[in-house]
Design a protein around this ligand. Sequence first.
Ligand SMILES: Cc1ncc(COP(=O)(O)O)c(C=O)c1O
Length: 439
Amino acid sequence: MPVPEPLRSSAPHVERARPVERFAARTAGMTASEIRALFAVASRPEVVSLAGGMPNLAALPLDALAAEVADLVGRDGQVALQYGAAQGVPALREQICEVMALEGIRADPNDVVVTVGSQMALDLVTRIFCDPGDVVLAEGPSYVGALGSFAAYQAQVVHVAMDEHGLVPGLLRDALRTLAARGSTPKFLYTIPNFHNPAGVTLAVERRREVLEICAAYGVSVLEDNPYGLLGFTGRVYPALRSLDPDVIYLGSFSKTFASGLRVGWALVPPAVRDRLVLAAESATLCPPTFNQLLVSRYLATHDWRSQVKTFTEAYRERRDAMLAALTTHLPDGFTWNIPDGGFYVWVTVPEGIDTKAMLPRAVTARVAYASGTGFYADGFGSRQLRLSYCYPTPDRITEGVRRLAGVLEAELDVVHTFGTPARTPLHRGPQAPSPDTT
Ligand SMILES: Cc1ncc(COP(=O)(O)O)c(C=O)c1O
């Protein structure tokens, strides 16, 4: 076979810039998560990882699913293995409406856009709404993957603080007033009302209408992200913001209620947004994976998925209890944390002087990993916070992990008491790219 001639040009030789010098400016905000840098060590079996947000799939009925997969290929293989509609499989969109009805949402399947996980929906919504420099409001702290999408489109995040009842309406109003005085209207408020990632809190029902009214008064859209809504420990299901206001853009996912690896999520959008979102989705992936959508659709149709969600929830509640008990037993005075009534996370505040980001390598050396609070703020705060996930490890491992963590924290406290509060590491840093180890 003839060897192809190397490319020649008669033009004068121009030194080609290295790829890194040609990256688009918007990639500058993309940084790897802190825990990812330690991932090789943190994922060793002897390390208890309380860092990741991986759902616990141990309770899934794998044999029944295997039969479903075989049947799907055998009967519907020609469809399941083919491209599909950009907006998603129609039957699944109808079933998604039934799922959302559990949280009081009345929706038309035509307004549902199936996405590759709700992460893709976050990316697409940001893509169609945000120009560089646009302001987005988000709770402080907020989901690392959302902060990553906002950074990728060069949106500026203004955080609004929460208390134990979620986003504080008065602070939301203050933030909007301040921004309005500067002539700035945020593109949207991004909010995780239920079992927040990472803060573990839930927006009080009495606050929900108020938050919507404040946003409406300032002409700001609401982007509601609700992957954990059905994972409450008390059996209570909170009304979605979207159930109170049809203009809310709502994101949902099967990652936490079924299987995260299938990457099936969705956006429910007002009709005026739908066509633009579908075009954006089409340009990103042509269509969401047909096979995965049909598998989710069959699972919803043929399995008692509500009981399965209950089984998941019971496992998470047991793990949460193990974590809370271990924190109470092992952490010295001066530490505070919330008591989540659903979801995956406990948010811990440490005494002044301890820097959770600087401490992380020492924790990993002590064979425990967590997510430092700094990853959950776009403005560098969070060095006195850390997020502990109880979703994946067994209760015994959780107890052992917290015991190890307490040892590291006590050693840090000794240093603080002996040498005083150290100068803080510089606060300013960019948001991190999401990864399975920090989602
Ligand atoms: C608040 C929040 N939104 C979105 C996602 C992304 O989920 P998905 O797997 O559907 O992309 C996560 C994942 O952990 C999350 O915690």
